[in-house]
Write a protein of this length. Structure first.
Length: 71
């Protein structure tokens, strides 16, 4: 297993790009065989940026991506 650590310059990404990066990470964590992951549309998502649903179970979780800028 490759355990390289990458440091990203988060300020170079838009809020939507940040959500997409989070979504790709979640997709890697939850097997597509057992879970369906969805990145919601960019508007009126009620704080649900990422939705994870079990394919064969009633499991459901939501994720809200927060990109806080340092001052």
């Amino acid at each position: 297993m490759n355990k390289e650590i990458y440091h990203l310059n988060w300020s170079q990404y838009s809020w939507r790009d940040f959500e997409k990066i989070c979504f790709e990470y979640i997709k890697e964590c939850y097997s597509a065989k057992f879970y369906k992951t969805t990145l919601t549309r960019a508007n009126k998502d009620q704080g649900r940026d990422i939705i994870i649903k079990g394919r064969k179970s009633r499991f459901e979780a939501w994720g809200e991506c927060k990109d806080h800028k340092r001052k």
